[in-house]
Design a protein. Structure first.
Length: 304
């Protein structure tokens, strides 16, 4: 429903102003998500972090290297696709993982390491795949800004509410409101992302057919690889869901400023990045339903 109405509203030229609402709405969604996690008991699981690193910084680059071969003759499509596909998500992946019944608390605990690793490795991968001239446009600023507004502030607010909950009626009210409003916030996030950005994608659709195919293939491939690898490594269902979501979901909202900073001739690059967000949102809505169902079918099969 949110996706449909977002697409409908995106046909209005003025809808682009909704793009400015993405981070505030996403921050509220993450605040509500963090409130539902027992933050005082967060622990980093090194085995889980190792699997995250293997998926996102070894297997994903290999898959991206193969899938982007059809884009090699178009520097703009290739650069933008590499920018977004090589950077794992650090924000709404936590919320979607929770909706699918995954281990969101483990993913949350690993977020600082995911952020640091991509800040270091993304320029190296771009230098390897393209050359030094594009890697030079990257800086730590957008990563750190996103970490502050979308992780640290919502996380700090959620921690404060949890600490005060036992002795403050207001804190308990905030916690109850956040819990009951989670679905509404998720729908609002989907709506503002699509309504604010889908119009630009629609206008350039003839130029984006090839890269859309790459994005769809990436989502399918990383679902299969993420689920298969985590199962082979002996992880439980919740961890498998979290690892698969992390493998599929990319850091498009953080990468967008880098695409906007590319030199003249790369004007299509931001639209290419936003296109990945559109494809990814549809994929995640499907995954929220499909991954728990897949786990349930497996348990029924084992009982039989």
């Amino acid at each position: 429903m949110s996706i449909f109405f977002g697409l409908l509203v995106s046909t209005v030229p003025e809808a682009t102003v909704l793009g400015a609402a993405v981070n505030p709405v996403l921050g509220l969604l993450l605040f509500a998500t963090f409130l539902s996690v027992p933050l005082t008991r967060l622990r980093m699981d090194l085995r889980f972090v190792g699997a995250l690193a293997l998926l996102n910084f070894v297997l994903v680059p290999l898959v991206v290297w193969v899938l982007t071969f059809p884009l090699r003759d178009d520097a703009v499509l290739l650069t933008a696709a590499l920018l977004v596909l090589l950077a794992p998500c650090i924000d709404y992946v936590i919320a979607f993982t929770g909706l699918a019944g995954g281990a969101r608390e483990r993913l949350l605990a690993a977020t600082p390491l995911l952020l640091l690793a991509q800040m270091v490795l993304l320029p190296l991968y771009l230098r390897l795949f393209i050359g030094p001239e594009i890697a030079g446009v990257l800086s730590a600023g957008p990563f750190l800004e996103a970490f502050l507004w979308l992780i640290l502030l919502p996380l700090g607010g959620a921690w404060l509410v949890q600490v005060m909950e036992s002795r403050s009626r207001i804190a308990r009210g905030v916690s109850m409101a956040a819990s009951s409003g989670m679905v509404v916030l998720m729908m609002a996030t989907l709506f503002v992302v699509i309504a604010g950005h889908a119009g630009g994608v629609g206008e350039r659709l003839p130029d984006l057919g090839l890269v859309i195919g790459v994005y769809v293939a990436f989502a399918v491939a990383m679902n299969v690889i993420g689920w298969g690898l985590s199962r082979r490594l002996g992880f439980g269902t919740e961890d498998r869901v979290a690892l698969t979501f992390s493998a599929v979901t990319r850091n498009s909202l953080v990468i967008l400023p880098f695409a906007l900073a590319l030199p003249a001739g790369y004007e299509l690059a931001p639209i290419v990045v936003v296109t990945q967000t559109m494809v990814e949102l549809v994929a995640m809505v499907v995954m929220v339903r499909a991954l728990p169902a897949l786990s349930q079918r497996k348990r029924i099969y084992l009982r039989i």
